[in-house]
Design a protein around this ligand. Structure first.
Ligand code: SAM
Length: 293
């Protein structure tokens, strides 16, 4: 990424950049794409994201064999259904990892699951991973839930994993990862929950069906209508709302509160907070909130 030039040199830098570019990328192009992604996905792109947008959309322009940004914006304007999905897939940032922010999984296995077993002999456990990216988060939830089950006691467990980006949903549903993605997982866990690939799949692992069986991967735009009724015991929405403005966050957290069980918990990312955004939760742990109303 390029850093922002000091005042006064901005125009010169922009014109030097555009002459070095494969496709002309004007302020109007950027503002148009920025508006569209905010309207459709709630994602607020700052001016610092301009080069990122150029790079990612350039790949789409090449893939479609178009002449440039004018032609690309024309398609989005006049025939949005053909490209909006790919446009959003290109713009989203999908960084994730197995057991990222591990304290959330310790809380799930050490507090939430034992609580639910105290409430019921065969608890019904419902978790939503909202903005699940390529699946590492819901699979980490699934491992944690099954590992935390007391011996000889079953539960009715279901995890819903959703994301606006259809490519990452397909990766999650396939459950196949490069070995480098599971390096941080201990040997015992790895043996229990993954199979090593052979032949054409050497260098990869595949998640075992026992985990896959309890997760449903579905494309879902958090800004749109939600078909599910809940209630959920825990909603994980980590490192998603950092891209949304405060009003969008407020509406979203309200909808989460409506869908959570009375004892329900909301887990957000390390750089996110409900402070001054929602009054419907109380902080109970590190970026962990309990619904209060
Ligand atoms: C940085 S990833 C976080 C993945 C995972 N939750 C984690 O913390 O490791 C953010 C995800 O949010 C998704 N996302 C962004 N806007 C969304 C929206 N409006 N609806 C659903 N998902 C969205 C992106 O596609 C991306 O996969």
């Amino acid at each position: 990424m390029l850093s922002e030039p000091p005042d006064g040199t901005r125009e010169a830098a922009a014109s030097a950049l555009s002459s070095a570019r494969e496709f002309a990328f004007t302020d109007q192009h950027f503002q148009y794409l920025r508006r569209l992604v905010a309207q459709y996905a709630g994602i607020s792109l700052t001016a610092a994201k301009r080069e990122l947008v150029y790079g990612r959309i350039t790949r789409r322009i090449r893939a479609l064999g178009l002449s440039g940004f004018d032609a690309y914006c024309e398609i989005l304007e006049h025939d949005p259904d053909t490209e909006i999905g790919q446009f959003i897939n290109a713009i989203t940032t999908n960084l994730t990892a197995f057991f990222r922010e591990n304290h959330h999984f310790e809380f799930l296995g050490g507090t939430v699951v034992p609580d639910l077993y105290r409430r019921s002999t065969v608890p019904r456990i419902r978790i939503w991973s909202a903005g699940c990216s390529t699946g590492e988060e819901p699979y980490s939830i699934a491992m944690t839930l099954l590992e935390a089950q007391p011996a000889g006691r079953t539960a009715d467990v279901a995890i819903l994993a959703t994301d606006i980006d259809t490519n990452v949903i397909a990766t999650g549903a396939a459950g196949v990862y490069d070995n480098s993605r599971v390096e941080g997982i201990g040997a015992e866990r790895l043996r229990r929950w993954f199979m090593s690939g052979t032949g054409g799949n050497a260098g990869r692992v595949r998640v075992r069906d026992e985990l896959k069986r309890i997760i449903q991967f579905k494309p879902l735009n958090l800004m749109g209508a939600w078909p599910m009724k809940g209630p959920f015991d825990v909603i994980f929405c980590r490192n998603v709302v950092i891209y949304f403005d405060k009003e969008t966050q407020r509406r979203l957290f309200n909808r989460y509160a409506d869908l959570l069980a009375p004892h329900g918990q909301l887990v957000i990312g390390h750089s996110e907070s409900l402070y001054n955004v929602s009054e419907r939760f109380e902080l109970t742990g590190r970026t962990i909130y309990r619904k209060i109303q």
